[in-house]
Design a protein around this ligand. Sequence first.
Ligand code: KIV
Ligand code: ZN
Length: 550
Amino acid sequence: MQKDPSKKYRAYPPVVLPDRQWPNRVLTAAPRWCSVDLRDGNQALAVPMNVSQKLELFQTLVKIGFKEIEVGFPSASNTEFTFNRRLIEEKRAPDDVWLQVLVQAREDLIERTVESLIGAKRVIIHMYNSTSPAQRRVVFGKSKDEIKAIAVNGARMIKERLHRLKGTEIMLQYSPESFSATEVEYAREISEAVMDVWQPTPEHKMILNLPDTVEVAMPNVYADQIEWMCRNIKNRDSLIISLHTHNDRYTGVAATELGLLAGADRVEGTLFGNGERTGNLDVVTVALNLFMHGIDPKLDFSKLSSIVEVYERCTGMTVPARQPYAGELVFTAFSGSHQDAIKKGLAEWEGGSRTHWDVPYLTIDPADIGREYREVIRVNSQSGKGGVAYLLESEFGIELPKDMQREFGPIANDAVDKLGREVSGAELKAMFWQEYVERDAPWKLGTFRTTSDNGKVSCEATLLRNGELVTIAGHGNGPLAALVHGLGTTGTHFEITGYSEHALSAGETAAAIAYIQIKTADGKSRWGAAVDTNIELASVKAVLSALNRL
Ligand code: KIV
Ligand code: ZN
């Protein structure tokens, strides 16, 4: 890397807007949304979608609730043209959905684009040309006036052909491409020149899309540019100001949110941010960010996982595990303290004492977007006893006493650490079984019988101790007290300091699980656990399990 980056790079100059208003505003309503998945997203794929993949994704976008969908660049290829024709001829778009198409300001391309739209119900014709100093200098080698002439001529060519779309409701859209790298005064000048041709009115507005084609500055600078345009362009009330951010500096979402504060009406973006280079704006994130602030986003992501599935199948892209809202790991806590806080927060929420969501570490209720609480807690070596206990309880109904959680947590943690990976609930259960339930040496139960007389319980038991038969008899005020007494006669002295039991499963093979904590004369304390269809036998075996762990 360059030792002194200032010799090669420089900051993008900010707009002068000392009385900027956007920092004092808050968002209160969803913008108009336009999906550009089938165009900007598609053009960024190594293998662009075929017609049937585009159709499937289109249907999904409609289901989500997009009312404006940029369906392609019909003059760019046969696939794009055919796709447009199929959407129109097979009447795939609901009447309230606008089909948007992109076209450069070139006559042959405009001609083909108009042809592709014949018979459509509602269309947005989106024309663009690039306006930044670098584009003017490097790509076109043209002056500002010459670049403006490209836009004006393109606007005229479109206007002259609109009569061919009889019966179609039409909106026109202009993008000064690379807007955020263009001098704002020039962006205004060229946009107003296009407006002069198209003559938008408050009743029949045009869309002025102001793209952050390549993120060249911090999101506050984009917000200033948007506010400057909203305040300085003529006939603002005849315009729908639209944002179209990319993500080169990883702040596409921030730029869009600040751009909305700055006065924009509309947002273009893609599902999960697919798009050129680092991607387009992720509309899912912006929409669900609004949702988490209590604003109806007017897009339905209640089955987000199935949207991910369609998206991945159609585009061949994958949604990263840390993708906001949609990623596999975003409602997962590995760390013990997080798990504990989430568990308590969810319990409080389920108790119904709170009106508004305020669960630590979870910005929204995963259930609102079709995800499950079960996903929230997973266990790896960073996890504490809380996560271990949660998985055992939620997946197998094993309710470890608190004190036993403190004993088993570090045991499980050590085992998981050795494995060096995440473990499933079933693996944790197997660890628990191995540590407690399957311990049968040195002590193993043969038979256990009790009789009771006036509250006094006597027991007789046959046991194996290191494979050798031992018979014991004891008395006490209950079966366990009798067992403790009987074992004492063999020189095994201890007291029971903790006890808990519960049914484990319903049905014919219903079993009970017992948890017993013992303490020896020399102060050692151990938990044991055992399972049996007979609760008395389960607790006797749990005592032996604890002894076997000394
Ligand atoms: O990023 C961009 O500037 C574009 C335009 C065509 C709107 O995709
Ligand atoms: Zn773009």
